[in-house]
Design a protein around this ligand. Structure first.
Ligand code: GLN
Length: 203
């Protein structure tokens, strides 16, 4: 069974561990470099990207994690995790560290104050059996993406979507998956299963 870690510095770690536990993998929290060295894939949870990035530095995980990502470690970032994986962030804090590796520009807190949090059904490429119910919480969106990045989901066009209509909210580049929303909060394991498939195919 592959070992899939959840970066456990801040954020909704427990929800990801529960979602992974249903996927036939060994799911473990990761807080130390020795724990990072043992995983076949890593989830970066939702939370607060600036805080997580500071803690990555404090826990001496920033450079080891950058190195493993550069070496092809499968990774899945949800929300704050997507921000951390992005090569570039708009509206990030000046002291925010990026892990990078995902060739996208993300806009932090993109949906604005009025629509801090919302839910939407999305068509998600690579996920079968109907739309994914997506929970967005002060979410980023992908402002632009490079040629090697597959767009997996967008906010649907609708009369109320406004500026959010058509925005990219799920992407994949090789072994790196990222969603602006939180599949760990809805009990729908399909996005986690997609990530576990990526981990297995990389192994
Ligand atoms: N707004 C948060 C950030 O900037 C992300 C929110 C989330 O992960 N739900 O990191």
């Amino acid at each position: 069974q592959p070992v899939v870690g959840v970066l456990a510095l801040q954020g909704d770690v427990r929800e990801h561990l529960i979602a992974l536990a249903e996927c036939d993998v060994v799911a473990r929290p990761v807080r130390r470099p020795e724990e990072l060295a043992e995983v076949d894939g890593l989830v970066l949870p939702g939370g607060e990207s600036t805080t997580i990035s500071r803690l990555l530095h404090t826990f001496e995980l920033l450079e080891p994690l950058r190195a493993r990502l550069a070496d092809g470690l499968p990774a899945y970032g949800s929300c704050a995790g997507m921000i951390l994986l992005a090569d570039k962030v708009i509206d990030g804090r000046p002291d925010q560290h990026q892990l990078g590796g995902l060739d996208v520009v993300v806009r932090r807190n993109a949906f604005g104050r009025q629509v801090d949090s919302f839910e939407e059904d999305l068509d998600f490429q690579g996920v079968e059996d109907g739309p994914v119910h997506a929970v967005f919480i002060r979410a980023p969106w992908v402002e632009s993406s490079g040629g090697g990045v597959d767009v997996l989901a967008r906010v649907p066009e609708s009369p109320t979507a406004g500026e959010a209509a058509g925005r990219i909210v799920a992407v994949r580049q090789g072994h790196v998956l990222a969603t602006a929303f939180h599949p760990e909060l809805t009990g729908d394991g399909r996005v986690h299963r997609l990530f576990v498939e990526i981990v297995r195919s990389a192994g």
